[in-house]
Design a protein around this ligand. Sequence first.
Ligand SMILES: O=C(O)CCC(=O)C(=O)O
Length: 286
Amino acid sequence: MRTRALAPSFGLELQDLDLADEAALDRADLPGLLARHGVLLLRGQALTPEAQMAFARRFGSLESHAAYPAALRHPEHDELLVVKRYQVDGRALRFGGQWHSDLSYTLQPSKASVLHALAVPPSGGDTLFADLAAAYAALPAETRAALEGLWVVHDLANGRQYGDSPPDAIARMRAKSPPVEQPLVRRHPETGRPALFLSEWMTREVVGLGTEQSRRLLEPLLAQVEDERFVYRHRWRVGDTLIWDNRSTNHLAMGDYEGTRVMHRCSIAGEPCGRPHPVAAAAPAP
Ligand SMILES: O=C(O)CCC(=O)C(=O)O
């Protein structure tokens, strides 16, 4: 199989693999490649929703999105989201407009996600990926030692888009998706590589530290995982299929485009990770 590195530390394009060629897919160790490289790219694929889901199942079982608003889901498949610009309750809703790792605010974060481009704008609308393992490895040894054993709060409501939401809307969101605690340094279950498991969108504070101390510890780490040394920027073409490992990468969808951008997305269930956040557990449901 011909391959091409996407970025110095991670990401691999599989250049002559055809997603319709089941025998070739059987021969390629796709889950192993994903675990080692963090992001896989295949260009020029024509995937029906069924073919995309069948391909994604090679990495594990698919997550259902039945709880998402119907407008965001494919009409026939709860496992498939249609990623584009939406208006929900009169507000523009943008998928992934802040750095994140899928479902890190739950106790079963997604293992991987598969995004297939159906329509792309003439310019803009790129997706950025960050290598969280390389970002961790590049920290000074004493910083890495100081982070060992720390837990951080991941909270969906921490997102910028909820900044002007009324408190009762935030309380309802937290009742539905209570914040959780995740290990700040997460070891990849397949490669054993440690990675910085935090993101601008989800990570609110360090467990046991006050707001100011948390900010002082988290700010440089967030800068580290967004540093361009560890980022791959994907410029989409129609037919691109990207698979990313949410246990070792963050991603960010750029909203800087005009025109149509439509993607089909499914995600693969991960292993349990993290623990409930006691404050959230104690909060009364509104
Ligand atoms: O639209 C994109 O490029 C990515 C969207 C996103 O953040 C996601 O699918 O989790």
